[in-house]
Design a protein around this ligand. Structure first.
Ligand SMILES: Cc1cc2nc3c(=O)[nH]c(=O)nc-3n(C[C@H](O)[C@H](O)[C@H](O)COP(=O)(O)OP(=O)(O)OC[C@H]3O[C@@H](n4cnc5c(N)ncnc54)[C@H](O)[C@@H]3O)c2cc1C
Length: 383
């Protein structure tokens, strides 16, 4: 399907990730000179910062969701709920799961990433991927149900020692214990384990922050297994490289991010992991009419962590550059912050923060995170 956009060029936003919802909000005050279409698999996009709080039971699921429909409506954009399954950057068109074909003049991609279950045999079938995040919330409800059916007993393994995995482990630990306590059951039958693999706990973070997180895991009885990679998953058993076995009733997979497979055949330049290669302006290094932001983008000249913080901060630059590309104006460069504030909640309304290589922890840090997250999500409130 090729839409008649009259004399105006067509701008397509692929995916309603963090950078795109910010860009849409930006378009409300400064609209691009184009017919805007958003194609996204999900119209409710989860704000990742609040997800652990939802799992821990501090927020209802709806509190962490951004509804793309009013955003699209407010700028008169067309919203298509569909999943892109192939892209041809040469012919400037893509195909969706429904079979619909669409053309674009300018394309922006913000479709996120998924945990890499593909290269570990059995992980795809035997583990729950933490992404897509909105699906995780539904899946977690069945984890809770099985937990109750087992008489409030569970061995939960979270594979991946990055910030997302560790925060998720804290949240699950808190939630399952709270459920057990309210059912009058013993907490001793709950065992949450972080399998941090060969990269260890929180690679890339300061020693001080790692020490605090390690102590927080220990004090909350969350076990940590480091040094060995899971090389196979089978019937609730995680086989480790070099021998050894871990048993789990539930396995959640949060390891290294993987790119959508269709990007490889799109003709767009990608990095070695298949993510869209972009320059400092978030523009594809191979196609001047394609932009990418968030996890799906491989930024140069420096690699950025796959973190919502960067996707959010890229939003305004992306909005500006999409407008500029449509009107042949100069593009802005995205300047990543040297020091990013990272706050990791420990499940129980406590949190540990790090910035400038320093770290702090306590209930006030959780309150700070709560305030930052609420301020962010309120921008998209339709009430
Ligand atoms: C448990 C957990 C906790 C985390 N906590 C934090 C945190 O506290 N702070 C932080 O900075 N980061 C956190 N992260 C990382 C964060 O989730 C990601 O970095 C962030 O979501 C990336 O945003 P994005 O804009 O790239 O894409 P996403 O937010 O993943 O959005 C992708 C969008 O694209 C759509 N989409 C996907 N595929 C297609 C397709 N083929 N066609 C059309 N639409 C598609 C989806 O429906 C979705 O709307 C966490 C991650 C996890 C797993």
């Amino acid at each position: 399907m090729t839409e008649d956009t009259g004399s105006r060029p067509s701008l397509v936003l692929a995916g309603a990730g963090h950078a795109h919802v910010i860009a849409l909000r930006d378009f409300v005050t400064r609209a691009p000179d184009a017919c805007v279409t958003i194609v996204t698999r999900d119209v409710l996009t989860p704000y990742s910062g609040m997800l652990p709080g939802v799992i821990a039971g501090h927020y209802p699921p709806g509190a962490a969701m951004i509804d793309v429909r009013p955003l699209a409506q407010s700028i008169g954009a067309r919203l298509i709920q569909d999943e892109i399954v192939s892209l041809d950057a040469e012919s400037r068109s893509f195909t969706c799961a429904s079979g619909a074909k669409l053309a674009y003049d300018v394309l922006s991609i913000d479709i996120g990433s998924r945990p890499n279950t593909g290269d570990v045999p059995g992980a795809r079938e035997g583990a729950i991927p933490v992404k897509p995040i909105d699906r995780l919330l539904g899946t977690f409800a069945s984890v809770e149900q099985r937990f109750a059916e087992r008489g409030y007993a569970a061995r939960v393994a979270v594979v991946g020692g990055g910030a997302g995995g560790v925060e998720l482990a804290f949240a699950i630990n808190h939630r399952l214990r709270a459920i057990a306590v309210s059912a009058g059951a013993a907490e001793a039958r709950i065992q949450v384990l972080v399998v941090a693999g060969s990269h260890g706990l929180l690679p890339g973070f300061s020693d001080g922050f790692r020490r605090r997180v390690r102590a927080a895991l220990e004090s909350r009885a969350v076990r940590l297994h480091e040094g060995r990679r899971v090389e196979r998953v089978e019937d609730g058993r995680l086989f480790l490289d070099g021998g050894g076995l871990l048993e789990a009733d539930e396995t959640l997979w949060t390891t290294q991010a993987e790119a959508a497979t269709w990007l490889a055949s799109s003709g767009l330049a990608t990095d070695e992991a298949g993510f869209v290669a972009v320059d400092e302006t978030l523009r594809s290094t191979s196609h001047g009419n394609v932009f990418a932001a968030g996890d799906v983008a491989s930024f140069s000249p420096m690699k950025l962590p796959k973190s919502g913080v960067y996707a959010v901060r890229q939003g305004p630059v992306l909005a500006n550059n999409l407008r500029a590309a449509l009107s042949n104006k100069e593009l802005q460069t995205f300047k990543p912050q040297k020091h990013v504030l990272y706050i990791l909640s420990t499940g129980d309304k406590n949190a540990i923060m790090t910035k400038y290589g320093m770290s702090l922890e306590g209930a006030p840090i959780w309150l700070l995170k709560h305030m930052i997250d609420n301020r962010f999500i309120k921008q998209f409130s339709t009430r």
